[in-house]
Design a protein around this ligand. Structure first.
Ligand code: MTE
Length: 382
């Protein structure tokens, strides 16, 4: 597979690339060539015929399965899900405080695909999970070099999450076999969780009592209090990232875009995290005096929703912020709890947490600033 030339390549080796935000927002399912790519090591070129997935640890019957065995002997499921990197929008965090040595991802370190694979639950059932097991660890066949050691990228999810039907051992993406970049011949897919748990080039599934001891579970993707830095971190006390939080991004108009006064079409994406769906998006350009309910694209659990709102910017010369409210459901109950939208970042060994908006009306809100300058009346958005 050749990746799209419009991707912004953030590093060549390892290959890290993100689509331009506007191209990303053009379709609810991202064409595979445009799908963001996040790697920590060179992309391994694996042979499907000889690839073996071992399933062992706290199981009654350890298994060794070829991708073909999964297809032949287990049910196949197709789902549409968004993969979002924990580093999505890190460039906004960096504006608050530098994060040395980390990829400055913009708001398109996420993409959506239709995935086909075997529910992990079906394989775990065949293996027979033993009492006392609480986590399922994944190990990839790539080779990361860290602190003088070479090892596969890995991580784990709680057993409870692993048993939900939408966690897949995926072999197909958008109707085609996975490409090498995206994990051929097999990857884990954990919708609504940080992308790091969707381990590519999957070679091992281990059922265990504790979370994975892989570097990417124990020393990365952790959150610390603000005063802690990389050197003072007690790694055991960091909170492991897992389920993604609520987020929304305005992609159009872009920051700094010149606009004429009048009607403006505002477009973006919203993502609820977990297996939740964003239910409503509202946008204001007048500090909340009036709100426009956005039209939402299709919504399925674990996937983003694209949205579009038409606003009339008819009084120029003022400062405006474009603000987005999100409402979503959790456990069948509409959320009206006070919500702070937070950013976290991965691998830094300290928390960078930016509270963008604590909202007053007990709706979930998220905020994006756009700087709009018009020909004619001017709109400046802080
Ligand atoms: N799996 C392996 N084996 N190696 C990796 O470097 N990167 C993870 C995850 N799985 C990674 C991996 C991260 S951080 C993310 S965000 C997603 O893969 C990105 O998946 P993609 O490259 O298919 O978009």
């Amino acid at each position: 597979m050749t990746k799209d030339r419009r991707l912004e390549v953030l590093s060549i080796e390892p290959f890290n690339a993100q689509p331009p935000l506007r191209e990303l927002l053009a379709a609810p399912v991202t064409p595979t060539p445009l799908f963001f790519a996040r790697n920590h090591a060179p992309i391994p070129r694996l042979d499907e015929a000889s690839h073996l997935l071992s399933v062992d640890g706290m199981v009654r019957r350890p298994l060794a399965l070829r991708p073909g065995d999964l297809r032949a002997n287990f049910p196949a499921v197709e789902i549409t899900a968004t993969l979002q990197c924990a580093g999505n929008r890190r460039d906004e965090l960096i504006r608050v405080r530098p994060i040395p040595g980390e990829t400055p991802w913009g708001p398109s370190a996420l993409s959506t695909a239709t995935w086909r694979g075997t529910p992990l639950a079906a394989v775990l059932e065949a293996a027979g999970v033993l009492d006392g097991a609480a986590h399922v660890a994944f190990l990839g066949r790539d080779q990361v070099e860290k602190e003088g050691r070479r090892f596969g990228f890995g991580g784990s999810i709680p057993l409870e999450r692993a048993l939900q039907h939408d966690v897949l051992l995926a072999w197909e993406m958008n109707g085609e076999a996975l490409s090498a970049e995206h994990g051929f011949p097999l990857r884990a897919l954990v919708p609504g969780w940080i992308g790091a748990r969707s381990v590519k080039w999957l070679g091992e599934v281990v059922v265990q009592r504790e979370p994975s001891d892989n570097w990417y579970q124990q020393r990365a993707y952790k959150v610390f209090p603000t005063h802690i830095d990389k050197d003072s971190a007690d790694w055991a006390s960091g909170l492991m990232l897992g389920e993604l939080g609520l987020t929304s991004v305005i992609g159009d108009p872009a920051d700094g875009q010149e606009l004429a006064a009048g009607e403006v079409v505002v477009r973006g994406y919203a993502m609820a995290g977990g297996s939740r769906t964003v239910e409503r998006v509202e946008v204001t350009a007048d500090h909340g005096a009036s709100w426009t309910v956005a039209e939402l694209g299709e919504g399925v659990a674990g996937a983003w929703r694209l949205w579009e709102a038409r606003l009339a910017l008819d009084h120029g010369g003022h400062e405006h912020a474009l603000v987005v409210i999100l409402e979503h459901e959790r456990g069948g109950v509409r959320q009206r709890a006070l919500h702070r939208r937070e950013h976290t970042c991965d691998v830094v060994g300290r928390e960078v947490r930016v509270v963008l908006l604590v909202e007053a009306h007990q709706l979930l809100r998220s905020r994006h600033h756009a700087r709009l300058r018009g020909r004619g009346p001017r709109y400046r958005h802080e």
